[in-house]
Design a protein around this ligand. Structure first.
Ligand code: ATP
Ligand code: MG
Length: 341
């Protein structure tokens, strides 16, 4: 009998703004709206991809979601409990239940510790090993889970290849038996040839251990095969959220369409994908977002008009389970029952 899906993580109107300071006295001259009102729910066992250009706020959103930075406003619930109301003891529990895998495994591994010692230390801190023997057995099992050998426990981080190092980063995240893992561009720093291996490993682990993932990437192609749903971010907001397959088949938001058209995917031609849309201009600064639709200045849609320049589009349901923040995407219900003419 399958269990009814239950919510593991829920963010409501989450914001993280940073003050912009100038001069010797650090006078506040503005605000960077790194994350500007994100609402997102992750079901237990689900994998959600979070995609967008550099600087759109993906990492900040992930950090705010785990309270690694204090959100400016909004709420986050983890297993039904507001993480902003957690005391020190509860936060420690959260640190175990929710883990992060980083882009640069080298930067996040202690170069002076063998892999075995690093894992032993974490197991000790969280009281997860009953005895030194139990710790050794767990370390062996962790290395095996991520496709490394027991002997690798005696090596230092610099003695591994990039792909192997990322496997160690994954083993470290898994060592505390988390339920939720944020993978922040886990393969961006890796050679193209090993990316698929690490992605497949993450995917297999998710299935085997029943993990919930937030999978961050620049590139829509990377998250396609690991995500049940995909959220597309632009300037601190989610502009489209949809089941992965539908998002790739029929993107609603003009920004998603542009991102997809840039995906160098051999399948694209077969799937009859439209020609490449080149976005004019750079991503605007989150310190000075445009009024109205944040995507307006770069939007290639022939439908864009004065309304887009003035009105901030809400992220709303355009079709069942499909959200988009674009005034020019007509909700399907409004077209029914006759459909578009
Ligand atoms: N501690 C901070 N102080 C001030 N501004 C910050 C801080 N951290 C992030 N920002 C700004 O917030 C915005 C979002 O940054 P963030 O790192 O979340 O983007 P990202 O989508 O993860 O980018 P990338 O794909 O390059 O990792 C950027 O404009 C960044 O400069
Ligand atoms: Mg980032």
């Amino acid at each position: 009998m399958s269990e009814a899906p239950s919510v593991l993580v829920e963010a409501r109107d989450l914001k993280k703004h940073y003050p912009v300071r100038r001069g010797a006295f650090g006078r506040v001259v503005g605000t960077v709206r790194a994350v500007d009102g994100i609402s997102l729910t992750l079901q237990k066992g689900e994998s959600v991809g979070l995609v967008g250009e550099s600087g759109c706020g993906k990492t900040t959103a992930a950090r705010a979601l785990l309270r690694l930075v204090e959100p400016t406003s909004g709420t986050v619930f983890f297993a039904g409990r507001s993480i902003l109301e957690m005391d020190r003891h509860e936060l420690r529990g959260l640190r175990r239940r929710a883990q992060m895998v980083f882009q640069d495994p080298f930067g996040s591994l202690n170069p002076r510790m063998t892999v075995g010692d690093m894992l032993r230390e974490i197991l000790g801190v969280h009281g997860l090993a009953a005895s030194p023997r139990d710790a050794d057995a767990r370390i062996r099992r962790l290395l095996e889970l991520v496709g490394l050998l027991p002997a690798h426990a005696n090596r230092y981080p610099h003695e591994f290849s990039g792909g192997q190092r990322q496997r160690i980063g994954i083993a470290r995240a898994l060592s505390v038996e988390p339920e939720f893992i944020v993978c922040d561009e886990p393969v961006s720093a890796l050679d193209v040839s090993v990316r698929a291996q690490v992605i497949n490993l993450l995917k297999d682990l998710q299935a085997e251990l029943g993990l919930t993932y937030l999978f961050i990437a620049h590139d829509l192609a990377l998250v396609e095969h690991v995500s049940d749903r995909v959220a597309v971010m632009y300037l601190g907001r989610i502009v489209e959220l949809a089941p992965a397959r539908e998002l790739y088949r029929d993107p609603k938001h003009p920004y998603t369409r542009a991102l997809l058209s840039a995906v160098p995917n051999p399948d694209a031609a077969r799937r009859g994908r439209r020609e490449r849309i080149v976005l004019a201009g750079d991503i605007p600064s989150p310190a000075n977002p445009p009024a109205g639709c944040p995507f307006y200045p770069r939007c290639p849609s022939p439908l864009k008009d004065d309304e887009c320049r003035k009105v901030l589009p809400p992220l709303e349901e355009k079709a069942p389970a499909r959200l988009a923040a674009c005034l020019k995407v007509v909700p399907q219900a409004r077209l029914a029952p006759f459909g578009p003419s």
